[in-house]
Design a binder for this molecule. Structure first.
Ligand code: AHR
Length: 450
């Protein structure tokens, strides 16, 4: 049974030609979505009860750019927030007569449903300098509301740094604004010295802020700032920066320039990373006007030490799954498959369910970081081998996925070419064997999660 997209399964790209994607799950159960549109001329909102259904949801245009003057050009990266009982949209905009005089603006709507009634312009968020400012995001922590945004400091070479300030209301910051990140590592300084697109996630006693760095082509990559949740968030010393990008271009899965992310949660409470990427590397002309930064969604995982594990940008198509036993997740190790209690390279344990190589009504399991290699049985063992195009390989790499033999909410895998032979755990390996006892049924039952 192939999971169809209406199984709530996330299928990437989620929404084409929507950059800087923002998803907000409200208390009404709706996921609200907004993003930069290729024309940069309007703000549209859509909502749905699941993340995947956002793809088909009809967007409503809630605000359009002015014909001239402020807010008349380059309408960028809107975010919708619900603060103290009202809806707010933060966005950046330039002017028809000065396209890169980019400043931060706020809209407010008192309606229960933000797709209804009118949005009131609350004006520009005044900051320390009258300079290029964009990508504002807001969060509340211990009773204080903060704004984090990207801005050019006239005294610092380069484009933008990240700043934080407390807020007196949802459209006003209180000085001092404090710089918490500036492009310092090589991967932040590729073609443009940029830190922008901040997103905030509070987990495990820490405040995590992801951000995007470098030019918006395949150089674009995500960095991570971390502060203890009981630290003074307005003290730059509270913030530490990961020296390496946490999420970047991946040639293997064909995703380039991933970034300008936001975070949401699945109905099961799993953390979901929302971001944009292109599925090609080379761009004709200015990347800013290439419309194919598509919105994507994937699971965000956590390391045993409570730090986030972003993995790699998953390939286009249905979201990959991870297959587990009581003792860990299965992952490839060379051409072997092992069960590992602490998978550090998440991608080694992610497999995309694709139509069966021998029968499209059955399935095959393709490694996401070794595309073209599939889970197959051979001589009673289970391996990850490269498809050699033979019928024999197709038969040994095709599986019939059943409800779990020991737990119908789980799954079991019967060999397509050897009826009644199932994948079974055997120590920290997998074997192919027939089933006769309850222990067999338990060892042939696996968790499957995305
Ligand atoms: O997508 C438009 C702008 O491009 C976004 O505001 C910024 O994050 C990126 O540089």
């Amino acid at each position: 049974q192939m999971p169809s997209s209406n199984d709530g399964q996330i299928v990437n790209p989620l929404i084409e030609q929507r950059a800087d994607p923002w998803v907000y799950l409200h208390t009404d159960g709706y996921y609200y979505f907004t993003a930069s549109v290729p024309e940069y001329d309007r703000i549209e909102i859509r909502r749905a009860m699941t993340i995947q259904e956002l793809a088909a949801a009809v967007p409503v245009v809630v605000w359009e750019k002015h014909p001239e003057g402020i807010m008349s050009k380059h309408i960028w990266a809107p975010e919708i927030h619900h603060i103290d009982g009202k809806w707010y949209i933060y966005f950046a905009a330039g002017r028809e007569d000065e396209a890169f005089a980019i400043r931060i603006y706020v809209l407010e709507n008192e309606a229960e449903n933000p797709l209804e009634q009118s949005w009131v312009e609350k004006g520009e968020v005044k900051t320390r300098w009258d300079s290029f400012a964009l990508d504002a995001t807001s969060f509340e922590h211990q009773g204080v509301r903060y704004l984090v945004w990207a801005q050019h400091d006239p005294d610092i070479l380069g484009n933008t740094n990240l700043y934080i300030a407390a807020m007196s209301d949802p459209w006003t910051i209180i000085q001092p604004q404090v710089m918490i990140s500036t492009p310092e590592f090589e991967w932040e300084r590729r073609r443009f010295l940029v830190n922008e697109g901040a997103a905030v996630l509070k987990r495990n006693g820490r405040i995590y802020i992801t951000y995007s760095a470098s030019a918006t082509n395949h150089y674009y990559a995500m960095g991570l700032l971390t502060a203890a949740d009981d630290s003074n968030l307005l003290d730059p010393a509270s913030w530490s920066k990961s020296p390496d990008p946490v999420f970047a271009t991946n040639e293997t899965t064909g995703q380039y320039g991933p970034g300008h992310n936001s975070f949401t949660v699945s109905p099961d409470g799993d953390d979901i990373l929302i971001y944009h990427a292109r599925n090609y590397r080379d761009i004709a002309g200015d990347p800013l006007y290439d419309p194919n930064r598509h919105t994507r969604a994937q699971r965000l995982y956590w390391n045993p030490d409570g730090t986030p594990n972003f993995g790699i940008p998953v390939p286009d198509g249905v979201h990959p799954v991870r297959i587990s036993t009581e003792t860990g997740f299965i992952r490839h190790d060379g051409d072997s498959i092992v069960i590992d209690a602490n998978v550090s390279d998440i991608a080694d344990s992610q497999f995309q369910i694709v139509p069966g190589l021998a029968d499209s009504d059955a399935i095959s399991l393709e490694s996401i970081n070794r595309p073209g290699s599939f889970l197959r049985h051979r001589d009673g063992g289970i391996w990850l081998d490269e498809n050699d195009g033979s019928d024999e390989f197709a038969n040994e790499a095709t599986w019939i996925e059943h409800p779990g033999l020991a737990d119908s909410t789980a799954v079991s895998f019967e060999a397509y070419s050897l009826a009644d032979q199932y994948i079974k755990q055997h120590g920290n390996l997998l074997i192919l064997e027939s089933i006769s006892t309850n222990a067999d049924r338990a060892n042939a039952t696996f968790g499957e999660e995305f």
